[in-house]
Design a protein around this ligand. Structure first.
Ligand code: BG6
Length: 430
């Protein structure tokens, strides 16, 4: 089926940094000759200049056309519909690379104009609301014109190669599927540590904070992939439902064990003395699923920390104190799976030391970027990398009590120095 890919926000930051490079990579495979790209812009766009800025070349020039319109004017959508002239043998994939408020309005206007036939799909970027109520509202609004099948909510962490590998590793390796329960697993930690700060996104981050920005979507999804049941006859299309079931069985997060903190210098950066917005979060969770009973789970996310790493760490139970093993899914960088093991220290002495048994992709094997994967999967109507509305609502529900407790707090927020390590921040909160 021919595909028209309509990108709202084609001249924006996400499009130039991620989407256009992803599209170039997809087109290069030679498998997508029937995909044409239509950018939406308020003004005329010099496509060659846009491509130079994004790709450093004019690749894709013959694929891209531009529609100029005012996205805030409902009248312009009739004209858009006519210009698209979608045939029965074509599908329209709409990528909303615009802020959330604009995205919801565009969806309304497209629906009103009748650009919602079953061969239309819509890709959304997070955040999907700011809490349970607003997420429910967005879901209800979009459901007026589009079925859940037509909606593709992107969480780019789900599309990272190693996140998908959690499923392969757990489901296809007897060595690990046997031990994936509370008989063998002591605790689980999921950590997203970034060295960068908020990178000039002051307005966005002030309204968001680490809980909404990274924990509600990215970390909850990695957790769901870690905990969910994987049936023997596994079909990737079932993934959203399997993840949802794992989220459903989590207990709502207890605010008493939640830690939030902010890096020093943040308030000056956002020009808001007294800002309570967190740039670091640590939460504890528990699952009520029998095989995860009494396995503590910790989610940690923070900016301006000492290292850039995203990891799922599975700590195994010890038979005695001198033992210790940890299985690490290294989501990024250096994507791989490692097991921290004791070995005999080579040499004449009879001593032990820890080494790593590991799997990494060879350096010359280029892993597809998450945005390539989401575009390809949306074209092929594959849903495993996208978040279902039930998953979105459940993860907001789990965080509701913490959001409420933090909204009520008036005292100054805990601060940490830029470049701190996670342990020192958590110890500082004790
Ligand atoms: C985004 C957040 O969703 O993910 C950013 O809005 C964060 O604040 C980014 O920096 C991290 O993504 P990645 O792929 O660099 O780990």
């Amino acid at each position: 089926m021919k595909t028209k890919l309509l990108i709202f926000g084609i001249t924006g930051d996400l499009s130039t940094r991620k989407l256009l490079p992803a599209l170039r990579a997809i087109v290069k495979t030679g498998d997508f000759d029937d995909v044409s790209i239509i950018g939406v812009s308020r003004r005329e766009v010099d496509v060659a200049e846009l491509l130079q800025r994004s790709l450093g070349s004019t690749d894709l020039l013959d694929r891209i056309s531009i529609v100029t319109m005012n996205v805030a004017d409902v009248q312009d959508y009739q004209r858009l519909k006519e210009q698209l002239a979608l045939g029965d043998d074509e599908q329209l994939v709409v990528y909303l690379s615009v802020p959330p408020m604009a995205a919801t309005q565009i969806v309304d206007f497209m629906g009103e104009a009748g650009i919602n036939t079953p061969n239309v799909k819509i890709l959304f970027e997070k955040p999907f609301g700011v809490d349970l109520v607003s997420a429910q509202d967005i879901i209800t609004r979009t459901a007026r014109y589009y079925t859940e099948d037509q909606l593709y909510r992107i969480d780019h962490y789900l599309a990272k190669e190693m996140a998908q590998d959690i499923v392969a590793f757990r489901g296809r390796n007897a060595l690990f599927s046997h031990i994936w329960n509370n008989n063998f697993i002591q605790s689980i930690e999921i950590i997203a540590s970034e060295t960068i700060g908020i990178e000039g996104r002051a307005q966005f981050y002030e309204q968001t904070g680490a809980l909404r920005d990274v924990v509600q979507g990215h970390l909850m999804q990695l957790l769901a992939l870690t905990l969910m049941d994987i049936p023997h006859e596994f079909d990737w299309q079932e993934l959203p439902e399997l993840r949802f079931k794992a989220l459903e069985l989590l207990r709502p997060v207890d605010p008493a064990a939640a830690i939030r903190a902010q890096y020093e210098g943040y308030q000056e950066e956002v020009e808001n003395p007294g800002s309570q917005t967190e740039t670091f979060v640590s939460l504890e969770l528990q699952s009520t699923q029998p095989r995860w009973l009494d396995v503590p789970i910790r989610l940690i996310a923070g900016k301006a920390l000492h290292e850039k790493t995203t990891e799922v760490r599975i700590h195994l139970k010890k038979l005695h104190e001198a033992q210790s093993n940890c299985i690490v899914f290294r989501i990024q960088p250096d994507e791989g799976i490692h097991i921290e093991l004791f070995v005999k220290k080579p040499g004449y002495a009879r001593e032990f030391e820890t080494r790593t048994l590991g799997f990494n992709f060879p350096e010359d094997e280029k892993l597809p970027d998450a945005y390539e994967q989401v575009i390809v999967d949306a074209i092929h109507s594959r849903k495993s990398l996208f978040t279902g509305s039930n998953e979105v609502l459940r993860s907001w529900q789990l965080l509701g009590a913490v959001q409420h407790a933090w909204d009520m707090e008036t005292g100054p927020i805990l601060r940490y120095k830029k470049g701190s390590d996670i342990t020192s921040i958590i110890d500082g909160a004790a």
